[in-house]
Design a binder for this molecule. Structure first.
Ligand code: MTE
Ligand code: MO
Length: 313
């Protein structure tokens, strides 16, 4: 296990680790026990507990330097909080505890999880993934979480399930963007069952060793590192297995510009700009964009036989 640094720059009072947790962690390290985690019931109401101890999975090399944490957590797209990049301030008002995630639809055992219960059930690990926004900026982030496949193994999708829908929380009291009533709230994203079960499809609960900040989709979001960033829905409250392809947010708003598949491809320009290169957040550097965002060795096979679909953008 590598030791994580706790950054001090962006921690509102409500996020400061409760004393019991700090003590619990110390006792844990002292005892060398992996299982004796303090129970979240002892934490202050609304406080977000630290991540459980976990190790990095190096199977998927990112091949790029990490983006500075400050850049990745202060330059965001999260339209529920507003359509500008500085929504991280507004997002601090969203409570990340208590939080429930329903997993339902065409599954053997539909369940509604308390987020901390889910985290205890899942095999948490860290992965460094690139994220490529359709707007042609990119970042490289150490995410903590678990493969969606591990959750699927728990609820067991039925043979009739062909698609998965990811629903973001819609909290009018803290999300000023919801007043923009022309958007189809709540934010929905989706993928096929094969994409959901793919080993790269990851449910993130943390980044840079800390619980996932609200602005990056805390307490839990999905990540498809080979697709444009808009597919990676944030702050999820429901995951539904279904027969029909879900109507997804950006494909509903601008179907000519943002399709259902949205796989990264430098050779397929956006109608209003080139996708050939991308700007690395926090730097002046532009680098070539790579097909499947560089994850083709893992994902290209998913799309054999689907060449008739609009697979890119
Ligand atoms: N619910 C929700 N999820 C969302 C978005 C959003 O506006 N609302 N923006 C998407 C877009 S366009 C991108 S590029 C990524 C950005 O993730 P980040 O802010 O962690 O970099 O989140 C995606 N997930
Ligand atoms: Mo994006």
């Amino acid at each position: 296990m590598h030791i994580h640094r706790r950054p001090g720059w962006n921690r509102p009072e409500s996020e400061v680790t409760p004393r019991e947790w700090v003590m619990g962690r110390r006792a844990l390290i002292g005892a060398g026990a992996m299982l004796a985690l303090p129970t979240p019931g002892r934490a202050q109401l609304g406080a977000v507990p630290p991540l459980p101890p976990h190790t990095r999975n190096d199977r998927y090399p990112a091949g790029r330097a990490l983006t500075a944490e400050r850049e990745a957590t202060t330059y965001n797209n999260f339209y529920e909080f507003g359509s500008h990049k500085g929504i991280w301030r507004e997002a601090q008002r969203m409570p990340r505890r208590p939080w429930r995630l329903a997993v339902d639809g065409l599954v053997e055992t539909p369940r509604e999880f308390d987020i901390d219960e889910l985290i205890r059930l899942m095999p948490i690990e860290e992965r460094i993934y690139r994220l490529r926004c359709v707007e042609a900026w990119a970042m490289t982030v150490p995410w903590s979480g678990f493969p969606l496949k591990a959750l699927m193994d728990l609820v067991r999708p039925l043979g009739s399930a062909r698609y998965v829908a990811f629903q973001t929380a819609a909290l009018p009291a803290v999300m000023p963007g919801l007043r923009q009533s022309w958007f189809p709230w709540p934010h929905m994203e989706g993928c096929t069952i094969a994409e959901a079960a793919h080993e790269l499809t990851f449910m993130a609960i943390g980044m840079y060793g800390q619980p996932l900040p609200a602005q990056n989709g805390g307490p839990i979001r999905v990540l498809f590192p080979w697709k444009y960033g808009f597919k990676s829905g944030k702050s999820l409250v429901r995951i539904t297995f279904q027969e029909q392809r879900p109507a997804t947010f950006w494909a509903t708003v601008q179907p000519q510009e943002y399709g259902f598949w949205a796989n990264v491809n430098p050779a397929v320009p956006h109608p209003r700009w080139s996708q050939a290169t991308e700007r690395l957040l926090g730097t002046q550097e532009r680098v070539p964009t790579v097909i499947w965002n560089g994850y083709g060795e893992w994902v290209a096979d998913l799309y054999r036989g689907l060449e008739g679909e609009r697979l890119f953008a």
